[in-house]
Ligand binder design. Structure first.
Ligand code: CIZ
Length: 366
């Protein structure tokens, strides 16, 4: 999705790291409790050092909602996260994203027009009152609102199992349309005991998702053809190479990885679960992780008694998350000090209302 970030004035572009640190530190001090900075786990250190709280996308949105005193929430994450924070915070609070180009390629793989079209096409083949739409947290507010309106819910990588169990529970649904990440959907489906024949990929570029009427009718899980560019890079060969070098090593992977990677892991978990997994590993452990590199590096730095390495030797940063940097953070904060609210992310009232319904359903389930 195209979002236009204004080029920064020259003083930010040419500023040294030290100058940027002074600008950010002074603006933060001037704003005091009016400001709360959130840092996603995938953020670079130069930004993370200023965060008042760290977390995953949903954890940070909940933290934002709990910061009722803060007038300005600066979300150092990506666009869909700032939208969720806006949905969950009060009307007196404003959420800002330091760089509007910080999107999420996976979230952009399913848009509201495509999902509405898919739903209408499905309705020609099955009774959609028995289909529960589930969207991963990593999706636009418009998609969260869509699932809210159609009796579905949001899920995160920590609670996908509980949400899918709910969706396919007695009297609720016989089928799930899951978007945008096919891998999280498939890995969770296998965890729940479904087989390959129960799950089919819905390709939004093809009529009826590229499936026959019978395939649509017979699938329990229809998995949107979307993926995370970072997690999809990990391959079984990476795990084989790590295990050859470290026979006692521990392999931890994120459920956005392909199933053939997930089935080789010792621990499969969301960002928060991976962090807990590293903390729980014995001193001296060598841990190979399949997730974003800034998080892997930070885990290594913060647990010096363990060796933490990225399973992909070519390193995989979340390039959109990395757009948030010192110059953009300084520009947004100095704007606030001057009374100029830059890059506010605002979800319209109707979308926010239905997105909140879908988020609240998730909370009620988990
Ligand atoms: O939701 C998030 O923050 C991401 C990107 C993954 C996770 O597992 O928490």
């Amino acid at each position: 999705m195209l979002r236009l970030q204004t080029p920064l004035p020259e003083r930010y572009r040419i500023a040294s790291d030290g100058d940027l640190a002074d600008m950010i530190g002074q603006a933060k001090a001037a704003l005091g409790s009016r400001l709360f900075i959130l840092g996603h786990h995938y953020q670079r250190d130069e930004v993370m050092q200023w965060a008042d709280a760290r977390g995953d996308s949903f954890g940070l949105s909940r933290l934002a909602a709990g910061q009722t005193e803060a007038e300005f929430i600066v979300f150092c994450g990506v666009h869909f996260m700032a939208e969720s924070a806006d949905v969950l915070t009060g009307d007196h609070q404003r959420v800002l994203l330091p760089d509007l180009n910080a999107g999420c390629s996976m979230a952009d793989m399913a848009n509201i027009d495509q999902v509405t079209e898919a739903w209408d096409e499905m309705a020609d083949v099955v009774d959609t009152s028995g289909v529960v739409p589930i969207t991963y947290m990593n999706s636009s507010a418009a998609l969260k609102a869509f699932v809210g309106r159609h009796g579905g819910a949001v899920c995160t990588s920590s609670n996908a199992r509980a949400v899918l169990t709910w969706a396919l529970g007695e009297g609720r649904g016989d089928q799930v349309l899951f978007f945008p990440d096919q891998h999280l959907g498939r890995n969770t489906g296998y965890e729940l005991g479904y087989g390959a024949d129960d799950m089919r990929v819905w390709n939004p570029r093809l009529a009826l998702g590229g499936l026959t009427d019978v395939e649509v009718k017979e699938s329990t899980l229809l998995l949107w053809k979307g993926h995370c560019s970072v997690h999809q890079r990990f391959r079984p060969e990476h795990i084989a190479a790590f295990r050859a070098e470290h026979p006692d090593g521990i392999v931890m992977v994120h459920p956005e990885c392909a199933h053939e990677v997930v089935e080789l892991a010792d621990l499969v978990g969301s960002t928060d679960n991976l962090i807990r997994g590293v903390a729980a590993a014995p001193p001296g452990a060598v841990i190979g992780i399949a997730t974003e590199i800034h998080l892997v590096k930070r885990l290594g730095d913060e647990t010096p008694d363990k060796t933490v390495v990225c399973l992909d030797p070519l390193v995989c940063p979340c390039s959109t998350m990395s757009r948030i940097d010192g110059p953009h953070l300084a520009w947004v904060l100095e704007g606030l000090v001057e009374g100029d609210v830059r890059n506010q992310i605002s979800v319209d009232a109707e979308t926010a209302e239905w997105a909140r319904v879908a988020l609240e359903r998730m909370l009620a389930i988990t």
